[in-house]
Design a protein around this ligand. Structure first.
Ligand code: NAD
Length: 449
C-alpha cells in the first residue's frame, strides 16, 4: 500500500475543516491541504487572528499548532488535487429542493463537480475518499466518472470513510473515535487503498477501532447510524408527550430506561426536537432510497421519525401559546439559543427557527440571544423560514439581543414564564427560578412549578 504523505481535502466546512486539521496534528509527516471554492471561508481559516469560519471547542488550538506547518487552506482546488496522493471529498450534500426526489433525495451536484475536477486535474494515481454522507452506491458513480475521464497511467481507487463526529464535540470525537469506518471494493487494489487510509488513522486510532467493510455497507452505515440516533430522540420525545399528559417525568423515565444495558443511557434526552444539518437530511435520504427500492413500509417507518420531530417542534410552540392564556400577540418572548444545539454556531435546521417562525405568525415579539451566531445569520435563517414576509416585517417582531440578561424577570409582565425545551433545568434550577417568581414549564413534565 502507498504510504500517504500528501492529503487534499475538498470542502472546508464543519467536517473537512476539523477532520483534516486533526489529521495534520496527529500526522506531522503528512502535508494536508484543505481547499474550497468559497473564498471568504478560506480567508477565515487563514485569518491572522484565527477568526475561524466555524466554532468548535478546541478547534482553534489545533489550527494554531498546525497552520502553515503541515496544514494549509487554499482556494486553488486544482493544485490541491494535482499534488495529493489521497483526496477526501467532504463537500455538502443537502436535500434536493427541486426536480426528481425534491424534499428527500440528496443533491449530489457538489460531489459530482468535485469528482469531475479530480478526473480532469489528476496526472498521477489517487486514492479518492468519500467523506461526505451520500446515498448507497455513490462510489460507483464516482468511479464511472473518474474512469471515463482519466489520463493514461492514472488509476483511481475509491474508498468510503463516513464521518461520525458530532458538532460541538468534534475535536474530542476525532481524537478518540468510537470507530473509524473504511469501506472498499474487496479487490486487491481496493484492499490496498484501504490499508493506505488505515495507515493514516493508525497514527492515533487503535487498530481495533478501525473497521473495514465493503463499500456499500460503509455508505449505508452512515445513514443507518444517523437514522437510529434520530429515532431514539423521536422515541423519547413521543414519550415526553405522554409524560406531560400523565404527570410522569421524562427525565426519570429516560434515566430508568437507560440503565438497561441493552439500551444504554445516551441520547435519551427529550427536547423541542432535533436539528442540525444531518439527521433530517440523512433520514430523508434513507426514505428516498427505500422508496426507490419499492420498500414502502421501510420508507414509512423512517419517515415517522421525521414526522414525530416536526410534531414535537409544533407541539412546543403550541404549548407556549396555551400556557400564556391562549394568545401571545404583542407578548415578548425571549428565545435563548438560536443554533441547533450547545457549543456550535451552526443554525441549519435549528428548532429555534421553526419556533420563532410560529411565534411570529402569532404576532408575538421575540428577543433572540445566541453568543455563537452572527446577527446576519439569524436574519437570513428567519427570512428563509418565512419567504412571504419581508425582512422589515420580521424585524418589527424579532430583536437580536446582545445578552441573556436583557430578558430579566423584573422587566417582565407577570406571570412570567420559562419554557425549557432542552431540559437544561433540573429540580434545583427549577426551584431557583420558581423562587424568583417564574412559572417553569419543561418539556416532558406534567408538573410545572
Ligand atoms: P459544509 O457546508 O459546512 O461544508 C462543505 C464545503 O464544501 C463548503 O464550504 C462548500 O463551499 C464546499 N464545496 C462544495 N462544493 C465544492 C466543490 N465542488 N469544490 C470545492 N469545494 C466545494 O458541510 P459539512 O457540514 O462539512 O458537511 C459535509 C458533508 O459531511 C455532508 O455530506 C454532510 O452530510 C457530512 N457530514 C456532516 C456532519 C456534520 O456534523 N456537519 C457530520 C458527518 C457527516
Amino acid at each position: 500500500p502507498t504510504k500517504v504523505t500528501k492529503i487534499c481535502c475538498i470542502g472546508a466546512g464543519y467536517v473537512g475543516g476539523p477532520t483534516c486539521a486533526v489529521i495534520a496534528l496527529k500526522c506531522p509527516h503528512i502535508t494536508v491541504t484543505i481547499v474550497d471554492l468559497n473564498q471568504s471561508r478560506i480567508d477565515a481559516w487563514n485569518s491572522p487572528d484565527f477568526q475561524l469560519p466555524i466554532f468548535e471547542p478546541g478547534l482553534e488550538d489545533v489550527v494554531r499548532q498546525c497552520r502553515d506547518r503541515n496544514l494549509f487552506f487554499s482556494t486553488d482546488v486544482d493544485k490541491g488535487i494535482r499534488d495529493a496522493e489521497l483526496i477526501f471529498v467532504s463537500v455538502n450534500t443537502p436535500t434536493k429542493k427541486t426536480g426528481v426526489g425534491a424534499g428527500s433525495a440528496a443533491d449530489l451536484n457538489n460531489v459530482e463537480r468535485a469528482t469531475r475536477r479530480i478526473a480532469a486535474m489528476s496526472t498521477t494515481s489517487k486514492i479518492v475518499v468519500e467523506k461526505s454522507t451520500v446515498p448507497c452506491r455513490t462510489a460507483e458513480s464516482m468511479r464511472t466518472i473518474l474512469e471515463a475521464n482519466s489520463k493514461p497511467n492514472c488509476r483511481f481507487d475509491i474508498l468510503s470513510n463516513p464521518e461520525f463526529l458530532a458538532e460541538g464535540t468534534a475535536i474530542a470525537d476525532l481524537y478518540n473515535p468510537d470507530r473509524v469506518l473504511i469501506g472498499s471494493l474487496q479487490t486487491p487494489e481496493g484492499l490496498d487503498a484501504c490499508e493506505s487510509l488505515k495507515g493514516v488513522y493508525a497514527n492515533w486510532v487503535p487498530s481495533e477501532h478501525i473497521l473495514t467493510v465493503g463499500l456499500w455497507s460503509s455508505e449505508l452505515t452512515k445513514l443507518a447510524a444517523n437514522a437510529m440516533l434520530a429515532q431514539r430522540i423521536s422515541s423519547i420525545n413521543a414519550l415526553s408527550a405522554i409524560c406531560e399528559a400523565t404527570g410522569a417525568n421524562i427525565d426519570e423515565v429516560a434515566h430508568a430506561v437507560g440503565t438497561d444495558s441493552r439500551l444504554g443511557p445516551k441520547f435519551l434526552k427529550a427536547s423541542v426536537g432535533f436539528g442540525g444539518s444531518c439527521f433530517q437530511k440523512d433520514i430523508l435520504n434513507l426514505v428516498y432510497l427505500s422508496e426507490s427500492l419499492h420498500l414502502n413500509e421501510v420508507a414509512k417507518y423512517w419517515r415517522g421519525v421525521v414526522d414525530m420531530n416536526e410534531w414535537q417542534k409544533r407541539r412546543f410552540g403550541q404549548k407556549v401559546v396555551k400556557e400564556l392564556f391562549g394568545t401571545i400577540t404583542g407578548k415578548r418572548i425571549a428565545v435563548l439559543g438560536f443554533a441547533f444545539k450547545a457549543d456550535t454556531g451552526d443554525t441549519r435546521e435549528s428548532a429555534a427557527i421553526t419556533l420563532i417562525r410560529d411565534f411570529q405568525s402569532e404576532r408575538a415579539l421575540v428577543n433572540v440571544y445566541d453568543p455563537q451566531v452572527p446577527q446576519e445569520q439569524i436574519w437570513q435563517d428567519l427570512q428563509e423560514a418565512s419567504p412571504s414576509s419581508s425582512l422589515d416585517t420580521i424585524q418589527k417582531h424579532v430583536t437580536v439581543s446582545p445578552s441573556a440578561i436583557s430578558a430579566l424577570y423584573k422587566s417582565m409582565n407577570k406571570p412570567a414564564f420559562v419554557f425549557d425545551g432542552r431540559l437544561v433545568f433540573g429540580n434545583t434550577e427549577r426551584e431557583r427560578l420558581a423562587n424568583i417568581g417564574f412559572k417553569v414549564i419543561s418539556i416532558g413534565r406534567g408538573d410545572s412549578i
